[in-house]
Design a binder for this molecule. Structure first.
Ligand SMILES: Cc1ncc(COP(=O)(O)O)c(C=O)c1O
Length: 349
């Protein structure tokens, strides 16, 4: 079924200084909202950004039926706006919704909603090379009923916020062997709200101990590296790119996938496989060059400087000639239209 999106615009832009504000603090002037009722999507609208009215009984407030995506629009060199890998984000959104028993959003509605919103708020897409417009599509269960059940009603929304550098400096991470983020068969590969709420406490403990993030390990052995915060974990060990394989417990990161494709095209040696923290210790102790970094839409390539394993801290290679920066630069160039988009990742609007 075709959905018509009505657009009500608000004339003036109120905020101009966005660079100095923390990530995600300032929404653009407009948002997209659609309602799911009686088994179908209706009232699809781009409207001025506004607060919601929800019943305290709304199911999303109690049982965690919420799913989101995180993607970015970039200002290209030629002045066009590029929504990076919109189709892959849609696919992941669809999988997350399926896992959480939530209704699918037709691809055309998802893409059109984002396109119309970004076009209307186009002057919010930063022109600075280190800037982008972060796009947050999300869905919440809105049926008002306090019993534990799959909701019959939902809101699908999209909001945007300008984004600049996510981490100001290289990260210090701690390998987490007590708490787990996700177990096989759980919801780790879905981008659902509960995964993030459950990660706060261990991350808070790591912060109190002087680290920026935890590096999660698997739930069975607490040995194999999974991911970190909102990033996939990647390593160059003696110039071989190593990253954990996708399983049910880590997110299928769009940045991870993009960096792997770029690395392959560059002829780099890649190993997608389990990697234990013991292997990292062996590499550090053998004096191998170990690069470690987080890959994610918000932080892009976040170099890791220190990995704490048990009571010992290991120093990773973060000098300017590190291999990870080659991948970062190529990704940057593709998104900005400075290099040919041979992978067909750019959705130019
Ligand atoms: C848990 C988790 N892992 C990895 C990622 C990286 O995924 P992407 O590159 O698609 O942003 C994210 C961010 O979305 C995340 O939340």
């Amino acid at each position: 079924m075709e959905h018509t999106i009505s657009v009500t615009s608000q004339a003036e832009r109120k905020v101009t200084d966005t660079k100095s504000l923390p990530f995600g603090k300032i929404p653009t002037e407009h948002m997209f909202i659609a309602e799911y009722k009686n088994g179908e999507w209706q009232n699809a609208q781009v409207v001025p950004f506004h607060d919601l009215t929800l019943s305290p009984l709304a199911l999303c407030l109690h049982y965690g039926q919420t799913v989101f995506e995180g993607m970015k629009a970039f200002m290209m060199e030629d002045g066009h706006i590029n929504i990076f890998r919109a189709d892959k984000h849609y696919d992941r959104f669809t999988k997350s919704l399926h896992r959480m028993c939530m209704p699918q959003v037709p691809e055309k509605l998802f893409i059109d909603a984002i396109k119309q919103l970004v076009l209307l708020d186009a002057d919010w897409v930063p022109k600075e090379a280190d800037g982008s417009l972060y796009i947050r599509p999300f869905m919440i269960a809105t049926e008002d009923r306090i019993g534990v059940k799959v909701s019959d009603e939902y809101l699908f929304m999209v909001v945007c916020s300008p984004a600049f550098q996510y981490y100001a400096k290289p990260l210090k991470v701690k390998v987490e062997t007590n708490f787990v983020r996700a177990a096989e068969g759980g919801t780790g590969s879905a981008k659902c709200g509960g995964n993030y709420g459950g990660a706060f406490y261990p991350t808070q403990l790591a912060r109190e101990a002087g680290y920026d993030q935890v590096l999660w390990t698997d739930s069975v052995h607490n040995e194999f590296i999974e991911e970190s915060g909102t990033m996939n974990a990647m390593f160059f060990i003696d110039n071989v790119l190593v990253t954990p394989q996708l399983s049910g417990t880590i997110l299928d990161g769009v940045t991870r996938d993009s960096l792997l494709a770029i690395a392959e095209a560059k002829g780099m040696t890649i190993e997608v496989r389990q990697i234990s923290y013991a292997e990292l210790i062996t590499a550090f102790e053998a004096g191998k060059r170990v690069e470690a970094f987080g890959a994610g839409t918000a932080a892009v390539v976040a170099p890791i400087e220190i990995i704490a394993i048990g009571h010992k801290e290991y120093k990773c290679y973060i000098e300017p000639d590190a291999m990870m920066y080659q991948l970062q630069k190529e990704l940057f160039n593709i998104r900005r239209g400075l290099t040919a988009d041979t992978f067909k990742w750019n959705y130019v609007i």
